[in-house]
Design a protein around this ligand. Structure first.
Ligand code: AMP
Ligand code: MN
Ligand code: MN
Length: 320
């Protein structure tokens, strides 16, 4: 963040009382971690904060402090300032997109390469490991309140978006930030157990069911699996219980691209893509109006799961 941006953001925060914070559909740890961290910090500063719920909160994030502050708002509230976090474009907000035109000023804070710079102030750094990392820097630079609760949420956001500090988006700055988070007194072992050793039985059953149907294509460079509505009802799992499968598919030696197709309805499919070395996941998903990052992206296709599979394979073949 350059000095003029810092100054204008700092001025806008001091001028405003009524703050809204929102993030994307199909939430992940960076989404929930960053909105809670900023929300708790700004509330400590004395602001009136509303954290808008765009979608469900995943089970493994329900342990985060103040998670019940993420609320569904039916009335059209007006905010002096609206922070949109971890969201590449307004469509990602679902119904909460309406708050963009209902707010005095929109601050867009994100790390997606496909971000459209839709805010009045845009703090977009595609090199940042996570939005949570950008929020930490902002809290530090603007001298906003930081405590164990804020730090816990930021730690969860960074850890989940970096695949537990594994991906190429991890820098020395990421580790320096984590060191500062640990110094606030957070219990990292507790956070890690809650995040990674707490899978529901339904989720494990879904994993076993789905991974067994994996197909390997293009000389074993492409790995594809499907989560059908039938798989969900058989295992009593929820759609979000498929989180983590696409990373498992990627982690085979020969695999460069992994794909998980999720049947939402008989004519709507959600696609998650992960890549390892040279294929641009964002490019593949942008063919279908989606996006994300170089190594992780997603899109939604208005076709059946089988038709979507064929379409996505055709596109991948051009990049592999
Ligand atoms: P997912 O496969 O849903 O975990 O998404 C992987 C990454 O791509 C995440 O950072 C998402 O925020 C992003 N992403 C997923 N779907 C879209 C989309 N339709 N447009 C832009 N980014 C997306
Ligand atoms: Mn996210
Ligand atoms: Mn993120």
């Amino acid at each position: 963040m350059n000095n003029s941006m810092k100054l204008s953001l700092s001025t806008e925060i001091s001028k405003s009382n009524n703050v809204g914070i929102v993030s994307h559909l199909n939430p992940d740890g960076d989404n929930i971690g960053s909105i809670l961290a900023l929300g708790i910090s700004l509330e400590k500063l004395g602001k009136t904060v509303t954290i808008l719920k765009s979608d469900y909160v995943p089970n493994d994030l329900l342990f985060l402090p103040y998670v019940n502050k993420i609320i569904k708002v039916e009335d059209d509230l007006k905010f002096d300032i609206l922070f949109v976090l971890d969201s590449s474009d307004p469509e990602r907000l679902g119904d909460n997109k309406r708050y963009l035109s209902n707010s005095g000023i929109v601050v867009n804070i994100d790390h997606h390469i496909s971000n459209t710079n839709f805010g009045n102030i845009n703090i977009v750094d595609s090199k940042a490991s996570s939005t949570s990392e950008i929020i930490f820097k902002l809290i530090e630079e603007l001298e906003l309140p930081l405590d164990e609760n804020v730090a816990t949420c930021i730690y969860a956001g960074i850890s989940t978006d970096t695949g537990r500090f594994m991906y190429e988006n991890v820098t020395s700055s990421t580790h320096i930030i984590v060191s500062k988070l640990l110094d606030t007194g957070i219990d990292a072992y507790y956070i890690n157990k809650k995040l990674y050793q707490n899978r529901s039985l339904e989720r494990t059953k879904l994993f076993i069911e789905v991974v067994g149907t994996t197909k390997l294509l293009c000389d074993n460079k492409v790995s594809i699996a499907k989560v059908t509505l039938e798989n969900l009802s058989k295992t009593n799992a929820k759609p979000e219980d498929s989180d983590g499968i696409v990373e498992f598919l990627r982690d085979t030696e020969t695999v460069e691209v992994s794909v998980l197709l999720k049947e939402i309805t008989t004519s709507l499919t959600r696609v998650s893509i992960r890549t390892k070395d040279y294929v641009d996941a964002n490019k593949i998903c942008s063919h279908f109006g989606g996006g994300g990052h170089l190594r992780a992206a997603g899109c939604t296709i208005e076709k059946s799961i089988d038709e979507s599979e064929n379409l996505i394979i055709e596109v991948i073949k051009n990049y592999i």
